[in-house]
Design a protein. Structure first.
Length: 227
């Protein structure tokens, strides 16, 4: 699925950037970010005894790549953006874990300006894989919203929340992020993200699985102002 989604995102970005003027396209910015990720998982619940249950408990180190493109106007749509994120990590024991997130969003309040707030909503496709040989893969969707505040000309903070549904595992996600602008439109970025997903194995019993995840990412982002 990642082989289809990620190339599709790149194709959408390229297509929007090369769209003719008649389509009334105005691209606001493109951002590319890379960050170190510390992934902390904790699994609990009576469902651990189920044969299909997977215990994710433990810490993993990883790398996260982010790509985002915002469009002021694209045909009848205004204030929309495409965003993708891919995280690849590994436990100390050598077991791999990866997550893909690709979404379409919209700004409901304008961007930029010292002391101003902006809000955006986003619908994402998500995929999570545990194990180096696709031992366990879950996919689904998430709906998220983020409120961002501009403390001054060079510093912004954001608070986001949303609902995640990966088939049976589902629950809430909360994100707190910040970015400090450097010369040449580079940004130092930091993000704390936590989510708690619950999976019921049998609604007639109390067998369930709780996956709590807390991620910290620190990295660098580059903005490209287009047209």
């Amino acid at each position: 699925m990642r082989r289809i989604i990620l190339p599709g995102l790149v194709a959408a970005v390229t297509g929007a950037a090369t769209a003719p003027a008649a389509a009334e396209t105005s691209i606001v910015y493109t951002t590319v970010g890379v960050s170190y990720a510390q992934l902390d998982y904790e699994t609990s619940g009576s469902g651990l005894d189920q044969p299909e249950a997977i215990d994710l408990s433990g810490d993993a180190d990883g790398v996260t790549v982010d790509l985002s493109l915002a469009v002021r106007k694209f045909g009848p749509l205004e204030g929309v953006f495409i965003a993708g994120r891919y995280t690849d990590g590994e436990y100390d024991e050598g077991v791999g874990v990866s997550a893909t997130r690709v979404g379409l969003g919209k700004y409901f309040i304008g961007e930029g300006g010292v002391g101003r707030l902006s809000f955006n909503g986003r619908l994402n496709y998500e995929e999570f894989t545990f194990g180096d040989n696709d031992e366990s893969t879950e996919d689904g969707y998430s709906i998220t919203g983020e409120l961002r505040g501009y403390i001054d000309e060079y510093w912004e903070i954001g608070v986001g929340a949303g609902w995640v549904d990966l088939g049976e595992p589902q629950g809430f996600r909360v994100t707190i992020s910040t970015a400090i602008e450097l010369p040449l439109q580079f940004f130092l970025t930091a993000e704390w993200e936590t989510q708690s997903l619950n999976q019921d194995f049998d609604r007639r019993t109390s067998d369930d699985l709780q996956n709590d995840q807390s991620n910290i990412r620190v990295g660098l982002r580059k903005d490209f102002n287009l047209f």
